[in-house]
Design a protein around this ligand. Structure first.
Ligand code: ADP
Ligand code: MG
Length: 365
């Protein structure tokens, strides 16, 4: 319905007196990036204080380095008509989830700009998504744990026998057969890796959490990340501030960072910039892995944490669910923001309070 009204004869939204009664923010952004708010709600959702009905350059309303600015400019630049795009915008110190529809406006001279309809989702969508994910993961975890062992045991036997064969062929100098066996071993290793990932998804309770420095743990990964980046023509920028300790299993946490870095690098097929930052915000330690890849389309945003969801030919779709599982075991949060100009994954972990530093050491054998 909204779409028809908005597009009718290319009428300017100022005609729509009803705009001020709507429970949605409405704004128009013309092709020269002049922004006109059509109701107060639009101003509040965009965090813009311009008056209603007065066109203003977008850069006067929002700083050009803000994500909202870039997202809106890109939308108009590419004439992207969104439906139910869920965006997470940072407002001051808070975060706001906004549901967005956008519509091209065609005048006599062709494309003139875009209408943007915005609805505030508060924090509910995030909470609901997280609950659904956690439930799903618990179920998948149980299934995976059962199957993974059944697969791993026979694989170990087959691998052992193949290794014996390989040695035999090597000593007899039977080149062709030896090569076949080597391929078989490689394939078995791939299945084994997959099984290990499944087990990781299923059994994060093997974790050994101790007071840990995330900064130190990231530093330890630096050489590995940098050598891989070099091969892929990716520039790595590190912004690592000293942060308070957190309760963490260093091995698991490294796995999370590596999974995120691997995804970031895989997203930048033609090179780009990988930024790893670490800082602290009140009681939370925040680790961010950002890339300059193509970003994640909004319609895939709610799927990327699903087990087995992958857009890669050789992907397993287990990297992010594993990260999610590990982080939730650390009472932390994982967030993603991607607006078509790269992607940023943020890990938020509660800092360790001194009074709990001696707390029971969970499952650490
Ligand atoms: P996999 O890497 O095996 O595909 P993941 O769970 O790690 O599985 O990621 C799931 C999907 O999420 C990827 O296939 C990709 O579509 C998307 N994704 C994850 N990270 C990024 C990123 N940094 N940039 C773009 N897409 C990403
Ligand atoms: Mg991955």
């Amino acid at each position: 319905m909204g779409e028809q009204v908005l597009r009718k004869g290319g009428q300017v939204m100022g005609d729509l007196k009803i705009a001020k009664w709507l429970n949605s923010g409405i704004a128009f952004l013309d092709k020269d990036l002049q922004l006109t708010l059509h109701n107060d709600l639009a101003g509040s959702l965009l965090d813009v204080s311009a008056g209603v009905g007065h066109p203003l350059p977008l850069r006067q309303c929002l700083q050009e380095d803000r994500e909202e600015y870039r997202w809106l400019a890109n939308m108009v630049g590419h004439r992207l008509e969104y439906r139910n795009a869920v965006l997470t915008w940072t407002m001051g110190h808070g975060i706001r989830h906004v549901l967005i529809d956008s519509y091209c406006r065609e005048g006599a001279q062709g494309f003139t700009g875009m209408f943007v309809l915005m609805k505030d989702l508060g924090d509910f969508s995030m909470l609901e998504q997280q609950m659904q994910r956690t439930e799903k993961l618990a179920t998948i975890g149980k299934i995976a744990a059962g199957i993974a062992h059944e697969i791993r045991n026979p694989l170990t036997t087959v691998r052992g026998l193949l290794q014996m064969l390989e040695h035999r062929y090597a000593s007899q100098n039977v080149i062709e057969q030896r090569e076949y066996v080597q391929v078989m071993l490689q394939e078995i290793d791939r299945v084994n890796d997959l099984v290990s990932e499944l087990l990781l998804l299923a059994k994060p309770h093997r974790m050994c959490k101790v007071p840990s420095s995330i900064q130190q743990l990231v530093e330890e990964l630096r050489p590995l990340v940098e050598s891989e980046a070099l091969l892929r023509k990716i520039e790595v920028r590190w912004h690592l501030l000293e942060t308070p300790l957190v309760w963490a299993d260093a091995g698991m946490m490294k796995q999370v960072v590596l999974n995120l870095v691997k995804n970031a690098m895989e997203a930048m097929e033609d090179g780009g910039v990988l930024t790893v930052s670490l800082d602290v915000d009140g009681g939370t330690v925040r680790l961010e892995v950002a890339d300059t890849g193509p970003g994640i389309p909004y319609y895939q945003m709610d799927k990327i944490f699903d087990a087995f969801f992958t857009t890669k030919e050789k992907g397993t779709g287990l990297g992010l669910p594993i990260c999610q599982r590990i982080i939730s075991e650390h009472k932390g949060e994982i967030r993603v923001s991607s607006k078509g100009f790269g992607t940023t994954f943020s890990i938020l972990l509660p800092k360790l309070l001194p009074e709990f530093a001696q707390e029971e050491n969970t499952n650490c054998l």
